[in-house]
Design a protein around this ligand. Sequence first.
Ligand SMILES: C[S@@+](CC[C@H](N)C(=O)[O-])C[C@H]1O[C@@H](n2cnc3c(N)ncnc32)[C@H](O)[C@@H]1O
Length: 271
Amino acid sequence: MGSLLNPTDGFVFTPTDFAFIRERIFALAGIRLSEQKDKMVYSRLSRRIRELGLKDFSQYLLHLDGDKGEQVLFINALTTNKTQFFREGHHFEFLAELAMEHPGPLRIWSSACSTGEEPYSIAAQLVSMGRLNDRILATDLNTQVLASAESGLYDVNEASSIPNAILKHTFLKGKGRSKGLMQPRSALRERITFRQLNLIGPWPFKQDFDVIFCRNVMIYFDRPTQKKLVERFSQHLKMGGYLLLGHAEGLEKDQRGFCSIGKTIYQKVAL
Ligand SMILES: C[S@@+](CC[C@H](N)C(=O)[O-])C[C@H]1O[C@@H](n2cnc3c(N)ncnc32)[C@H](O)[C@@H]1O
């Protein structure tokens, strides 16, 4: 990054500002922003500076320090929320097999659920098999994506990644003023509870899970944070339960307490 990212129509953004932002987002969310993310940070936060009518980044960072509400918006601005229905389809095939072997209710956690495509895909897979007793907890740190997940409204074009046989029983297409939108049927919505939760903060669970989805979020964390997180997942999984990670993620070879049983699928085993 140059010494000042200061276009004539923009805000002064110094390397010290950038270093402060990297330190804050790590402390608040465990996210390690690389040195190359300066332009992304500038573009996402300058919007906020403009809305607040502030002069530059250093003014914004002073405001951020004393304001918890602003910290929520800061986190919302800096998380990456890309997701898709039935992303990494082999996990849903695995879930279907597991459900066939496990007639009783499954307790599932979608732990970085973004705008909801992941938990609704889990629910769609299970409901399409006639299962109405499974419970899904869907959490994310970003309050904005969670609100969008709870509203459950999606562009119909997003349906293209949902298998046809599942789609027709599980989503409704909008008509009239809602044309172009689709939403999950109530049988799906009733399976899911949405909550805000920071993966690096306290977890208030009373019961353990059969399956934990933690996909495409650990890549933003450093090694010690990832390791600690996996240990905590293990503490909240039933013995024999499963941890599903994203395509670019995996457990260390020497990770105790889990064995790999398929691509990015790990089973909790006795130590
Ligand atoms: C790229 S999305 C992944 C969504 C979904 N799991 C998938 O694989 O399609 C990453 C999500 O992790 C969330 N996230 C980032 N840091 C987090 C943290 N410390 N605690 C909880 N969620 C976090 C972001 O808000 C974002 O919605």
